[in-house]
Design a protein around this ligand. Structure first.
Ligand code: ADP
Ligand code: MG
Length: 564
């Protein structure tokens, strides 16, 4: 490799940079939060790698983040003594975006600043946000365990390309040097920097160091001294007691762990003692990440063991249908050298998984009951995922089914807002079943001819139109002792809902129509199993139904589409 080379950013990085500078302008101070967050992640990674290779500490295991200001050079520097980056890592991490689906994501950009800013939030801003305030960024980095002469210097003006050169660095870790834009002088003031750190980075568990300031009477101004001072609380936020953590701190911690730009919708923070000991701080995001339906997308919570970071995206700690949950689980029981394979078999993990599932369900129940508007936001983003719980988590089926929301003939709109309990509370005298219809979409469902008799009798019907619904229905067979019944199935019996007088009349009519039924049977021949007189239709002359034990036409269409 040449000692210095100039490389182009990946197209998506260029788009991101452009967008960032133009759409996050009103909130530019967040660049510091992002850089401190990265410094903290880098230190976590070092601590983890050093479990097996303590020599990586190079004799100094005191990890810290340092922020320094050079007024004369007009630079702000964020330094860490974490894992650092090799040349290859710097090129990959600071030149491309590795997440799958990134291209599709950027193709959604509209050019509307506000909309795009929201999108960007969903994407996460990260390192590139430095260019909001800097017109040049230099990153001097050395990977832990490599020689001082193997360091690298990455530099860019954020306009399409960057250079990477060989460099010297005595200590391991990374210095990010921001050459501030002409109008960004405020970030050269220690007071302003401290204020931003207090607001956004107080949850960081490492000490954030700055030079102490003192009043100098002779110059009659604040001057920096040589003494270090820790400007944050520097303790793991999840290990603090709830009463010591403010709402703002919970929110900022969420942005850090979830790499999200938006605030969380809800969270739950608990220390669990007994058979298994762990602390959990789990969050529900407001919005689904753009790659939620990507099978390869990473998900899961961060695993720590006694404050030591072990892994990102530990999906074994929660069932798949809660994959939208973000946060931290810190176990006191697991060994530090736990691997993903080990997690799959561990009894401690099983206990954590069960306990955390219950906590998340309680959090959702609480939201549904006390903050229905927030619950609606949750349902809109993650309802389809939660429905998977009916099949995945037999032990909690009842709790999951209470959390489900559907469109219904009662509300008359597409919004999924009706719980099965709501439905049950509106059941008619003599009604003992829960009726639903499935279809490809709301319009098809709400115009189903099967609904006619129900409309006429004023009986509510749930309208199920999500892809997962048919699958869900094979597990969700009843609720509170009442069977769920499709109104599109053959011998639909309205039971006590049909009155005696009506029944007699119907028998007569059936008798009269026998010749017609016979003619239809002959005409249709092999193509149908049976032809029957029905009283379920009000406006339509005829409809096609399936037998009770057969696949519904909607499911058949879905299976066909899936190539089965
Ligand atoms: P994210 O933190 O969400 O991964 P960023 O854009 O903030 O995204 O950072 C991109 C990547 O660059 C990080 O995942 C990490 O691999 C690398 N990186 C950034 N800052 C540092 C640092 N201070 N030390 C080591 N690696 C870093
Ligand atoms: Mg980051």
């Amino acid at each position: 490799t040449p000692t210095s080379e100039t490389l182009g950013f990946q197209t998506e990085v260029k788009q991101l940079l452009h967008l960032m500078i133009h759409s996050l302008y009103s909130n530019k101070e967040i660049f510091l939060r992002e850089l401190v967050s990265n410094a903290s992640d880098a230190s976590d990674k070092l601590r983890f790698e050093a479990i097996d290779r303590p020599e990586l500490f190079e004799g100094s295991s005191d990890l810290a983040i340092r922020i320094s200001i050079d007024e004369a050079a007009r630079t702000l520097t964020i330094s860490d003594n974490g894992i650092g980056m090799t040349r290859e890592e710097a090129i990959a991490n600071l030149g491309t975006i590795a997440r799958s689906g990134t291209k599709e994501f950027f193709s959604q950009l509209t050019g509307d600043k506000q909309k795009d800013a929201q999108l960007i939030g969903q994407f996460g801003v990260g390192f590139y946000s430095s260019f909001i305030v800097a017109d040049r960024v230099s990153v001097l980095s050395r990977r832990a365990g490599t020689a001082p002469s193997e360091a690298i210097l990455w530099e860019s003006a954020g306009e399409g390309e960057f250079t990477i050169a060989a460099a010297e660095k005595a200590t391991r870790g990374t210095d990010v040097v921001l050459h501030l834009r002409a109008e960004e002088d405020e970030y050269l003031t220690s007071r302003r920097i401290r204020e931003i750190l207090r607001r956004y980075s107080d949850h960081i568990s490492l000490p954030i160091l700055m030079k102490k300031e003192e009043w100098d009477a002779e110059q009659s101004k604040q001057v920096t001294t040589d003494e270090d001072e820790t400007v944050n609380q520097a303790s793991a936020l999840w290990a603090r007691s709830k009463s010591e953590v403010t709402e703002e701190q919970y929110k900022e911690f969420y942005k850090h762990v979830a790499h999200d730009f938006d605030e969380p919708l809800a969270w739950t923070h608990n220390r669990v003692e007994g058979r298994s000991e762990y602390t959990q701080l789990l969050y529900v995001p407001k919005r689904a990440p753009f790659d939620m339906w990507d099978r390869n997308a990473k998900h899961g919570v961060k695993l720590y063991v006694k404050r030591v970071f072990i892994m990102e995206d530990a999906e074994q700690l929660l069932p798949g249908y809660l994959r939208f949950v973000r946060g931290v689980i810190d176990s006191a029981d697991l060994p530090l050298n736990v691997s993903r394979e080990l997690l799959q078999e561990s009894r401690d993990v099983k206990a954590i998984r069960e306990g955390s599932t219950k906590r998340v369900l309680s959090m959702l129940e609480d939201l549904a009951e006390n903050k229905p508007e927030d619950y609606a936001v949750f349902w809109e983003a993650f309802g389809q995922v939660l429905k998977e719980g009916t099949g995945e988590d037999a032990a909690n089926l009842e709790r999951v089914s209470k959390l489900l929301r559907f469109a219904s003939t009662h509300t008359g709109n597409e919004t999924q807002s009706v719980s099965i309990a709501d439905y049950v509370s509106r059941m008619k005298e003599g009604q003992d079943k829960i009726y639903y219809v499935t279809a490809d979409g709301y319009t098809a469902a709400s115009h189903s001819p099967h609904l006619e008799i129900f409309r006429q009798k004023g009986i509510e019907v749930l309208l199920l139109t999500d892809r997962v619904d048919e699958w869900m229905l094979s597990f969700l067979r009843d609720f509170d002792g009442r069977t769920l019944v499709s109104i599109a199935k053959g011998g639909l019996d309205l039971g006590a809902l049909a009155d005696e007088e009506e029944k007699k009349q119907q028998e007569e009519v059936s008798e009269n129509f026998k010749p017609l039924v016979e003619r239809l049977k002959t005409a249709l021949g092999e193509r149908v199993k049976d032809v029957r007189v029905t009283f379920r239709l009000v406006d339509s002359p005829a409809c096609v139904v399936v037998d009770d034990n057969e696949l519904s036409p909607h499911l058949l269409r879905m299976l066909k589409a899936a190539g089965q």
